[in-house]
Design a protein around this ligand. Sequence first.
Ligand code: 3PG
Ligand code: CO
Length: 570
Amino acid sequence: ATAWTLPDHPKLPKGKKVAVVVLDGWGEANPDEYNCIHVAQTPVMDSLKNGAPEKWRLVKAHGTAVGLPSDDDMGNSEVGHNALGAGRIFAQGAKLVDSALASGKIFDGEGFKYIKESFDNGTLHLIGLLSDGGVHSRLDQVQLLLKGASERGAKRIRVHILTDGRDVLDGSSVGFVETLENDLSQLREKGVDARIASGGGRMYVTMDRYENDWSVVKRGWDAQVLGEAPHKFKNAVEAVKTLRAEPGANDQYLPPFVIVDESGSAVGPIVDGDAVVTFNFRADRMTMLAKALEYADFDKFDRVRVPKIRYAGMLQYDGELLLPKRYLVSPPEIDRTSGEYLVKNGVRTFACRHGHTDGTSFVDKVIIETVKFGHVTFFWNGNRSGYFDESKEEYVEVPSDSGITFNVKPKMKAVEIAEKARDALLSGKFDQVRVNLPNGDMVGHTGDIEATVVACKAADEAVKIILDAVEQVGGIYLVTADHGNAEDMVKRNKAGKPLLDKSGAIQILTSHTLQPVPVAIGGPGLHPGVKFRSDVETPGLANVAATVMNLHGFEAPADYEPTLIEVADN
Ligand code: 3PG
Ligand code: CO
């Protein structure tokens, strides 16, 4: 059994209000014209950076520091918030799938055995994001899965692709589809009837998240399951090239298409007896499809036809909902997160809501926009939906604008989020107020540099609202980020020079980066002797959890990554 009681911190007091602010997609990079944070007016973040050097520092937010396979892997919100919340580095989905494929164990597992039962009489469908981004999925893993499944008896395979352009360069979809087509044609030479069956851009087809817009999933369902889409093509390379040629088109938002045979019939609708694997390892953007595929009771859209299939996720996407029931690789077991510890170590007397007056409530208020809703809850809490203790936590959702790309409204809901955070701090009911400000990331992903500058300014203004409230309540703030994005908007060569495309234009970087992110602490409630330690070697996001526990007056559990702070005797 877990000993949940945290030791008291020898020097830091309890009872301070702590605001934990996560700027999404806010890294540190050289100041140039493609660094939107540098270009934007960001006086608040600038003042943190240029203030006391022992209160501002950089930490790693990518690669092995957050459990990714290698240091060439950029950070992302899933692994970033996992590390921030869990205080330890867990081998993440990308890495777990790599090992399961390398050892071949993936093919001996329960999940694979289950879908294999369909190989004799049914089709194996693979659905997921087709790129080498390594955030949600990786093409080389799909290739190994195709190889392994066909060697183990899959005779008919259909791949339903989602084009990326968000974790990788826009336009790279064509190359990924060509690579996949080449693999499939090699399988066909070996007698496997393997084809791409449908496709669409990830942001418009299938990969919505946090139930923001079910019509996205429906468009995918129609193409993948029903074999119906507004665009029909004979092959997928032609499909992607043609659809990309439309004015304003890009990989992220390609409309849905199906591949049809000579007679015009879709080549790969999903029917009774088939097997389906969703090959994304990351959960947030596959959960909605998983529900549509798995739930008998489902009312989010009219599925029209619900095939009886054997379905497995690459991973189990939600450990709380046990969704999906079958999966090829077990997800990281992220347990004993800081959120759970803090809830179980409450000492606040007046911090109760809904009439609870047990005198031991640690109340944790979490505020986010819908597009990032799960980040500081689901991911922060170790890929767990729901509350640890509903009486002590309140998760407030500010609805996102839906149906637009965020370069149109780059300020998003930053002010609303900040005002809710402010109100929560001023209310006195909460010991911790945690927010995610999504602007730098969500607008950065659109590749619109001007809009991203506006986004960064908006995030900075939101930080001000929160820090002012911290000031008013005599609290403490910790401001950080989950990974880089807005600080570098151009693809660079090894020497750091912007790369140009064939027409001489710079290649816009819509994705995250490998950059470190800031951690800043302060506020009137911060013990004056607190400063960042100089003896923590190459700290990363996982060191933040112990730090936050200290700010609440607790020592972190022994196996947490070390705290970033120490308290000088003065
Ligand atoms: C997305 O899902 O939007 C991107 O692939 C990753 O962005 P996030 O990790 O910031 O959510
Ligand atoms: Co992002």
